[in-house]
Each structure stands twice: as structure tokens, then as C-alpha cells.
Design a protein around this ligand. Sequence first.
Ligand code: ADP
Ligand code: MG
Length: 218
Amino acid sequence: MSILLIASDKGGVGKSTTAVNLAVYLSQSGKRVILFKAGKDKALLNWQEKRQKQGLPVIPVQEAYGNIAEPITKAARLADVVIVDCPGFDNAEYRSALTVADVFITPIKPSSDFEAETLTDVTATVRKAQKMGNTKLRPFVLFTRVKHNRTATAAELAKELKSDDVWLRPLNTRIGELTVYEDCANIGAGVHDVDRASSLGKAKAQIELLANELGLVP
Ligand SMILES: Nc1ncnc2c1ncn2[C@@H]1O[C@H](COP(=O)(O)OP(=O)(O)O)[C@@H](O)[C@H]1O
Ligand SMILES: [Mg+2]
């Protein structure tokens, strides 16, 4: 069992996209996965509803609010991986999930200064959670929605983050800006549910590398 917390203060950075694609890939790899919804928006529920209509294999979605440490720990007893999709850094859901998570990722679009600026706050909250006793927590920054002409910006930010141990380490795997992610999510799928689409091989490889780098699959 393993609890993966995906959180960010910003909307639209790809939290839910990363969550559902990892969930689909891990399920196909034989893992029991539970998606956990800690925000009020309906994205995961709508995705699951579309998924059912398509006849795709069910991935359970659970929800809880406030102090979610206990509900996610309980879910983790029934699953190999619990993926918590958590909007915002300034709420009880985020703070409580941080106390029990094994892996934390905060997705950011490296070309956005607004997003990079959130890293100071998130780093402080994560380091505090580690000091307060969650010593198993492995925290990372995930670059998402990276446009092919913006890879230099990503490399620059990665270098900055690696220059001082206080910062959260950026993952080597990056998620590109690819329409296939959006097209799949729109039909309740992950990229591993479909057979043909433009840039599908690239998207699948990114999700597989991410799962591997996070230690969720061998
Ligand atoms: N890597 C990506 N490439 C293309 N579109 C993406 C990518 N990640 C997310 N999107 C799209 O951007 C929008 C916001 O993504 P979402 O995962 O819902 O963000 P969040 O959960 O952080 O608010 C959605 O329409 C989604 O399909
Ligand atoms: Mg979302």
C-alpha cells in the first residue's frame, strides 16, 4: 500500500489528468488503485461516469473532506495505491494528507512564473510535515503541460531546484502538453485505455516513466 498525494494551489496544472492516467496505467499493471477526491469539484466523478458509459474497467473513486488522514489510510489498506487529488495548499485536506502520504507531487507548468512562485509555500509546508514526523514522505515537483518549445525553461527551473537541497527535487519525467491527454480524459479514459491517437506512444511512455520514477511499478 502506498499513498500518493497530488496537490497544487493552481487549477489547470494537470493534477486530475496525472491522477487518472496513473490510476489507469497502474490498474492495467495489476495494482488495486483507489482514486481519492479531496476537493469539491466534480472532475473525478464526471470522469468516472463517462468511464462507466464507455464500458471501461471501474476504478473506485472515494471522497472525504476536512481531516482526511484516516479515510485515506483506511483506503490504503484495501488498495496497492491510493491517489489523492487535492486542490489547494491552505486547507485541512492538504495538511492532513501530508501527514500520512508516502509520495507527494506538486505539478507545475514550468513556463508559468505564477506557478513557479507557489513553490516557496509548498516547500515550507512539506518540510514542516517531514519535521513533524512524516519521515517516509518523498516529495517531488512534476513539470506538466510542458510545451515542446519550452523545454529550455523546464531545464532552467530544474537546475535552480537542484541547486539547493531545501527545494523539492524535480522529477526527471516530464508530462508534455499533448492533446491526447485531454481527449482521453474527455471520454473517461486514460491514455492506456486507447489504441490509436496522435502522440499516444509518447503520452503512454511519460505515464509509465512517471509511475516507475515514483516507485509505484518496477
Ligand atoms: N499534459 C497535458 N496536455 C494537454 N492538456 C492537458 C494536460 N494536462 C491537463 N490538460 C488539460 O488541461 C485542463 C486542466 O487539467 P486538469 O488535470 O483538470 O488540472 P487540475 O486538476 O490541476 O485543475 C483539462 O482540460 C485537461 O484536459
Ligand atoms: Mg482537478
